[in-house]
Design a protein around this ligand. Structure first.
Ligand code: SAT
Ligand code: MN
Length: 582
């Protein structure tokens, strides 16, 4: 895109929104410090003054604005079919008219910040460029941490050689009824208004790096995915994996995993915790790049046992969103092992009802502060993947781990992923929904076409990563988690690596290859829990296969025909073989 077109767009936006001034962000540390200081002065952000914290701040978002709002998120393609049943769709002209009415004069008396940014290392040919216009300093401060903002990105944009995603954002009056997060894939344009929160407002993240990037990727022959990227080092060799889990299902914890003492012969390197851009290398391997430069992680549950790395990063240069405070002014959240809340996330005295921190409270920290940050994360080519992992939060059915028979079956595993909803989205928590590849809220086009796109890689390479499905969240008859999770997930990663190196056999079941009991360390897990974790229960799986008819049926002729074939093959295998394990 030509820079002159971008300048014209900015002029039009200024006319529409009528800010008192326009400020271009240069991306310097000084600018970031000034932004935090200005917010603190206006009372929009609270410096954490408790001993042991350096340059940390607490931001309280509006109580009606605490998570992504999927029902107000639209993909406005030229035809509804292109957006697919997985997206809310509006005709682009009608969408512009609707949202521009709310944008009119919304920045009156306010400053509009222009944030040029780059998703991915500045010097990578695979990075993506964008410009976000916003009237929120909180957005500026978070974008500084989460993406590469400022002069270097602008220089690249000014070469006129690259596509540029344009994003317009205003918090306006935060009215949930006038909240819209709109995407115009054909124009690489985003318009978001009425929310200042996370994925609704930091437009580089879900709006650009997933919804629009998935559209760009479909046309450019690559993939934009809701995945962490981690290196697993053992015996002098590092295998990289990318893993897709829905929001608030432990991507950050897995990406920063510290193995327990017994498994210290393994080390995890953090490349990314939320988004991965994948493309085929000349060697036929799939290479993954993290387009972000920071973490916007879930705070509740974070402590020295569940995620010691994140826990240690939270005492300097962190922005907290919607946590509680102790009487000493220390940030506090459910799962924190020290202190007691005195002020809740709204800023009110803590009354003991509900949670003191919001369940979707977040921290923003720079990746550079992560002690396990992989040097390869800054590599312009990214890292080569040995395995792709799909996982959901499912209290029943899915075993602890299963390996796909082949690429097509692996895509089927991803496409059938289901997960119980979390506080990361506005709405009911704990309802099971299909969340294919953990991309249901983020795929910027028809999910059926997206599955076809994934499948198309099969013919392009003999060297694709292996695919696995995991489930850390099975519950036993007592309603407790059957698997210890967190650091102990290394036991499963170890099996995955050993499979990639062809070091261990597996058991064939109709739904995939499962580990032999002795090949996974079940120390501390009861025999009953272990058996449940590895069970493939015929009756439940036959029900699941029936349920998939509805799921796939939704996408009509866009659903790859290969999925039906796989369903039939599994049904047949279940009905012609005797009871499966468990
Ligand atoms: O609010 S975000 O979209 O940034 C976090 C998430 O839901 O994954
Ligand atoms: Mn996410």
């Amino acid at each position: 895109m030509k820079f002159a077109e971008i300048e014209n767009w900015i002029t039009d936006v200024v006319k529409l929104t009528n800010p008192k001034e326009v400020v271009w962000c240069n991306g310097s540390q000084e600018e970031h410090n000034n932004a935090l200081a200005a917010m603190a002065k206006r009372g929009e952000i609270l410096p954490i003054t408790a001993p042991g914290y350096k340059n940390c701040h607490l931001y309280r978002s509006h109580p009606s604005d605490v998570a992504r709002t999927e029902h107000k998120t639209y993909v406005c393609t030229n035809t509804p079919e292109a957006a697919g049943p997985n997206n809310n769709w509006l005709d682009p002209d009608k969408a512009h008219a609707k949202v521009d009415r709310v944008f009119r004069n919304c920045m009156q008396g306010r400053t509009m910040y222009v944030i040029p940014y780059c998703m991915g290392p500045i010097d990578s040919p695979h990075s993506g460029l964008g410009i976000e216009l916003t009237d929120s300093l909180y957005v500026v401060a978070n974008m500084f941490i989460m993406t590469r903002i400022g002069d270097k990105a602008l220089e690249k944009i000014k070469t006129n050689k690259f596509d540029v995603v344009r994003g317009l954002h205003s918090t306006a009056d935060l009215d949930p009824d006038k909240r819209y997060i709109m995407h115009f894939p054909e124009k690489l344009l985003i318009k978001s208004i009425g929310s200042g929160y996370g994925g609704n407002a930091l437009l580089g993240k879900k709006c650009h790096a997933l919804r629009l990037a998935s559209w760009q990727a479909k046309h450019g022959g690559w993939l934009a995915e809701h995945m962490l990227i981690a290196g697993i080092e053992h015996a002098g060799k590092t295998h990289y994996v990318a893993a897709a889990f829905p929001s608030a299902c432990g991507k950050t914890n897995l990406a920063m995993l510290i193995p327990p003492e017994k498994h210290r012969d393994y080390k995890i390197w953090t490349v990314g915790d939320d988004i991965a851009w994948l493309r085929l290398g000349e060697d036929g391997r799939m290479w993954a790049m993290n387009p972000e430069s920071g973490y916007f992680g879930v705070v509740p549950g974070t402590n020295e046992n569940t995620n010691p790395i994140a826990n240690d990063m939270l005492n300097h240069d962190a922005i907290f969103t919607n946590v509680a405070l102790t009487s000493e002014g220390e940030p506090w959240w459910e799962g924190k092992t020290k202190g007691k809340p005195q002020i809740d996330w709204r800023g009110d005295p803590w009354g003991g009802v509900g949670t003191a921190a919001h369940p979707n409270a977040r921290f923003t920290v720079s990746a550079k502060h992560c002690p396990t940050y992989s040097p390869a994360a800054e590599d312009p080519q990214g890292v080569p993947l040995s395995a792709i992992i799909f996982g959901g939060r499912r209290s029943t059915l899915n075993p602890l781990v299963a390996e796909a028979f082949d690429w097509t079956h692996g895509i089927f595993m991803g496409a059938t992923l289901a997960s119980e909803t979390t506080a990361a989205i506005t709405g009911q928590v704990g309802t099971l929904r299909r969340d294919p590849m953990a991309m249901l809220p983020f795929c910027g086009y028809n999910m059926g076409d997206y599955w076809q796109h994934w499948l198309s890689f099969q013919d392009k390479s003999q060297n694709l990563p292996r695919i696995f499905q995991v489930n850390w969240f099975q519950k036993n008859a007592q309603g407790k988690f059957a698997w210890p999770g967190f650091g102990d997930n290394i036991r499963v990663l170890k099996w995955i690596v050993e499979r990639c190196e062809n070091k261990v056999d597996a058991q064939h079941t109709p739904i995939g290859n499962l580990p032999n009991i002795d090949d996974i360390d079940f120390d501390g897990v009861s025999d009953a829990d272990r058996d449940q974790l590895l069970a493939v229960v015929k009756k439940d799986w036959l029900e699941e296969l029936d349920d998939l008819d509805d799921h796939f049926g939704k996408y009509g002729s866009h659903t790859p025909p290969q999925f039906k074939v796989l369903q039939e093959r599994m049904r047949k295998e279940f009905t012609t073989t005797d009871e499966q394990a468990g």
